[in-house]
Design a protein around this ligand. Structure first.
Ligand code: CDT
Length: 321
């Protein structure tokens, strides 16, 4: 792309996953992840983005007790014996990665989590999902459940940014991408690349939302957020029909210009790659999105002072007609 004269290139891969069925073992899933990591490395990528809750089916769609969910779907350590082959391959190939999984802490707390792993296979960062969608009650009339509010606590680590592999990387997870605060919190820490995994059901159980809007909203938030925050985005779906429950694909890499530079074409395991130019983000941050020069946080105080929408504030005298 002819946006910049300099180029600081970074080999980014997004590894989309097709369905993980209830009957699929962790070992079988990890084998698929390792295959995609190898393909990414062969295509000169040095970092791979895997999906949210990548190791299992998207289990919040099923009603069960917390104890049953923990027993079957949560990881007590990362890495652990099942996932170790992925870490071994990463070290062998010198490829870092983002991996989403259900985290059970030593204290018994449950989070929807992603780890950031460097080229030596060391876990260098952890993010816990903040914007949990869905509900915590049983909805017997719904075609499936979305029980993230039952199975997970709201993430308590904020939106950190890590310097790893010589770039500033931030993480978020699925529904976080719909919220502008997610991106701004990281772009204010000079994030250059923000990565995420997602499981987005094609049907909305709360109202009859046209199915095409699911992909449209996914695209629009990634493209607008990349542009408004001058960041690269790598977004990896788990998609297709998991035991009859369909989720959208459209994994993609989006440039700070808002342009989609790579996009998955199917709904199965698929690696997409791009040699991303990190200086493209720097160009946007020096000009239209020079935050230090153009932002006025004192005018946006409501953003951190209010959670839900409330009454309009009293008008300043000069703002009255
Ligand atoms: N996994 C996840 O966060 N999915 C949500 C579904 C929203 S509808 C309850 C998403 O934002 O894609």
């Amino acid at each position: 792309m002819p946006h910049t004269s300099r180029a600081r290139k970074f080999g980014l891969a997004v590894a989309q996953m097709g369905p993980v069925h209830l009957a699929d073992s962790r070992q079988a899933v990890v084998k698929r992840l390792v295959e995609m990591l190898r393909e990414a490395a062969a295509r000169q990528a040095t970092f791979v983005v895997f999906p949210e809750l990548a190791l299992t089916t998207f289990f919040p769609r099923y009603w069960m007790t917390e104890e049953e969910a923990v027993e079957r779907y949560f990881e007590r350590a990362m890495p652990n014996a099942d996932v170790q082959p992925l870490f071994d391959a990463a070290r062998e190939l010198g490829v870092g990665f983002y991996l989403g999984y259900a985290e059970l802490t030593a204290e018994g707390r449950r989070f929807n989590t992603a780890v950031l792993v460097d080229r030596s296979a060391k876990v260098v960062g952890k993010y816990r999902k903040v914007h949990l969608p869905g509900h915590d009650d049983h909805k017997p009339d719904a075609p499936f459940q979305h029980l993230e509010k039952k199975f997970f606590e709201v993430g308590n680590l904020g939106f950190p940014v890590w310097n790893t592999q010589d770039i500033n990387v931030g993480m978020c997870i699925c529904n976080d991408r719909r919220w502008p605060e997610t991106w701004r919190a990281m772009s204010l820490q000079s994030a250059e690349l923000i990565v995420l995994g997602y499981n987005t059901p094609s049907w909305n159980i709360h109202w009859t939302e046209p199915v095409h809007l699911r992909t449209f909203h996914h695209e629009i938030v990634l493209q607008a957020s990349a542009y408004q925050n001058a960041v690269w985005i790598g977004a990896a779906a788990k998609c297709g029909s998991e035991d009859g429950f369909h989720m959208i694909g459209s994994s993609m890499i989006v440039a700070p210009s808002g342009e989609i530079v790579a996009r998955a074409s199917g709904e199965d395991d698929e690696v997409i790659t791009a040699q991303i130019d990190l200086d493209l983000g720097a160009t946007f941050r020096q000009h239209v999105f020079n935050f230090a020069k153009h932002r006025s946080p004192e005018q946006y105080r409501l953003i951190v002072e209010r959670t839900g929408a409330g009454e309009p504030l009293p008008l300043p005298p000069e703002a009255r007609g």
